[in-house]
Structures are given as structure tokens and as C-alpha cells.
Design a protein around this ligand. Sequence first.
Ligand SMILES: Cc1cc2nc3c(=O)[nH]c(=O)nc-3n(C[C@H](O)[C@H](O)[C@H](O)COP(=O)(O)OP(=O)(O)OC[C@H]3O[C@@H](n4cnc5c(N)ncnc54)[C@H](O)[C@@H]3O)c2cc1C
Length: 380
Amino acid sequence: MIDFGLSEEQKQFRDLAREFAEKEIAPKAAYHDETGEYPMDICKKAWELGLMNTHIPEEYGGLGLGVLEGCLIAEQVSWGCTGIGTAMEANTLAQAPVIVAGTDEQKKKWLAPFSEEFGLTAYCVTESDAGSDVQGIRSIAKRVGDAYVLNGSKIWITNGGVADWYFVVAYTDPEKRHKGMSAFIVPRESDGVSVGKKENNMGQRASDTSAVTFQDVKVPVENRVGEEGDGWRAAMAAFDHSRPVVSSAAVGLAQSAYDHAVAYAKERKAFGVPIHKHQAVGFMIADMAVAIQAARLLVWESAWLIDHGKRNTKQAAFAKVFAGDTAVKVATDAVQVFGGNGFNKEYPVEKLYRDAKIYQIYEGTSQIQRMIIQKEIFDR
Ligand SMILES: Cc1cc2nc3c(=O)[nH]c(=O)nc-3n(C[C@H](O)[C@H](O)[C@H](O)COP(=O)(O)OP(=O)(O)OC[C@H]3O[C@@H](n4cnc5c(N)ncnc54)[C@H](O)[C@@H]3O)c2cc1C
């Protein structure tokens, strides 16, 4: 049987996130966009309400919610502001490899504290010559006794400037290419860790994106996630958990742009009638509604699969590419519905237009998602 209904608990989380987005996020979204100030107070409030780290298993003090619940929360939070949503959600990506590949001790040490106190983490893979092509990383971790000495420079790291610890991928054996990569948990306060300035990005300006450099950082062996050579697998497995959530955030942005477009199309008159009565505008909004619902259903399916222990790599790529493209298209069309006002910062859709673009870039570009889908079709 197929059931598109949500359980009472799922509805409660969704409604809690919606209320939080309406009261705490949306009113401050323009301020954080304008100033680029990190929304630390908002993140802390979200944490107090249980809207962050929801996927940490119950045996480690977390709520143990599924990816689908994470998606429901992410959509609502991102309806309020995707920059603030990204600041809140970056923990999901950094913690996922530890949930997937970490030991019991690592989970107790690095995940359980998030239930006791507020904290942030960051996922450090990308380097200046290695974004889509992760094998191009140059970071090296050399084993010396009971520790590794880590050297490397990561860029574009979400929460890089505010994280308490980093999930870092580096080569332990470069000759073996992706099978020679290993993953590590590196505390922020380790000697040799330095953080660059916050990047001045086009959109999602509330979120912190920074370079993080590791110079002769001593990382104990017990901080290695998985065996030597498991780093690639741990880093990529995280995406099966995080891509549905990121895609759901793109749906939230599209829903917000749609809501603004519908309200404006009812209110704004041209040629003596509300503009939605002009079929060209009405159809544009109808197309938005179709795409948003289709994207949401792809997100839900990809989340449902992994929550039921099934492989979701292809469906997570479906969701990511379609929701990302939908966010961009809907935000673009919302600007069109607003006409000249859409081009102006006094109106909300200009920000959504800038914020949307990143969904075709981070967590694997739209081209990389299509490569994954192509591979799934022809190579599996
Ligand atoms: C705001 C922001 C936050 C980010 N957060 C993080 C983070 O927290 N952690 C992290 O590790 N990284 C993060 N990233 C990095 C992000 O994942 C990369 O930017 C992304 O994967 C693309 O890599 P690149 O920028 O090097 O582009 P490139 O890989 O250089 O790609 C350039 C263009 O070429 C295309 N392309 C590349 N290879 C192919 C191919 N084989 N076939 C077809 N097209 C191809 C790409 O799709 C893209 O359009 C973030 C980036 C941004 C902008």
C-alpha cells in the first residue's frame, strides 16, 4: 500500500518547525541576508526546541528521527530562510558519516554531547582543485605512532568558522586514489587548525562559508572514522542521508517563492484585473505548483527508502537535481510575477532568487547528480 499521510508525530515536528520559521526565522531573514551575521541565537533556539541533530540515534541521547522527519523540518525552516536553514542543517552532513561509519566510542564521544549542549560541526571535503572531482584533494594524513599528522586546505566549508569539530577527508595512501582516502574527526581547538574569513556569497548569506586549513595537526588514531581507506565511502554515504534533506530545503524555498507569487498575483492589477487572471501569469503559477509538489514527492520517496533500510542513491539524486532546478525556476518565475518590484530588495523574492542558485551547486552539482543517475541506469 502507498500512504502519503504523515503520522501524528511527523505532523507535530512539521508544525513546530513551521511555527518556528514564522516567528523566529522569517522576521529576521532580511537582516541576516543584509548583514551576513551568523544566526547563532536562532540556531540555539532551534536546538532547544529539538529542531537540530534530529537524526542522532536514541542510544546516543538523540531523538533518533528518520530522514523523512528531517526533511519535514528542513522544508519548513527553509520556507523561513534557507541561509538560516543551512546554518542549522550543516550538522546533518558532518554528523552523517560518523553515524554511518563511526564506532560506538566515537558516537558516544562526538555525537552524544549534541543532546546535552548546543554545538556545530562542519563537513570538510572540498579543496581548491577538488570540488566535483573529490579524488583531486591534496590533503594528506601521515601515520606517526598512535596519531596522524594532517596537512591540507579545505574551502567552501559550511559552518567552517563556527564548528566545534570537523569531519575531514584526506589521503593516507594517494597511490590508491579514492581507496586511499581516510576520514577523521578533528576538534576545532587542535593546534594547527586555522579558519579563513567568512565568504561574501551571493545568497544564503546568513550561513557561514569559510576556508579551513590544517597544518601539521596531530589527530589521534581513535579519531579516524572507519578503517584506513574508508574515507571516500564514509564521505559519500553521508549524501544518501543529507541529499533528501537539502532537497527538501530547496522545496521550502520554492514554496516560499510560490506563496509570495500567489499573494502578489491576487493583489496586483494590470489592464483592470488581478494579474493572475492573465493566463500567462496564471499558468506560470500553475507550473510552479506542479513542480513543487513533484519535487516534494521525490524528496519523500528518497527519504522513505533510506529510512526503510533500502538503497536510495538514485532517488536522492533525482530529488536533489529536480528540487534544485525547481527552486531556481520557481524563484526566477516569482521575480517575473512581481515585475519591477521583483528586482528590488524591498520585496522578498529578490533574496529567494539569489538563495536558490546554490541548490544546483553544493552537495554535488546538478551535473554531478545527472552523472550519478546515468551511472545508476547504465552501470548497475
Ligand atoms: C555556499 C557553499 C557551501 C559549500 N559547503 C560545503 C561544505 O560544507 N563542505 C564541502 O566539502 N564543500 C562545500 N561546498 C563545495 C561544493 O560542494 C562544491 O562547490 C561543488 O561540489 C562544486 O565543486 P567546484 O566548486 O569545485 O566546481 P567544479 O567541480 O570545478 O565544477 C565546475 C562546473 O563544472 C561541472 N562539472 C565538473 N565536473 C563535471 C563532469 N564530470 N561532468 C559534467 N560537468 C562537470 C560542474 O557541475 C560545475 O558546473 C560548498 C560550496 C558553496 C558554494
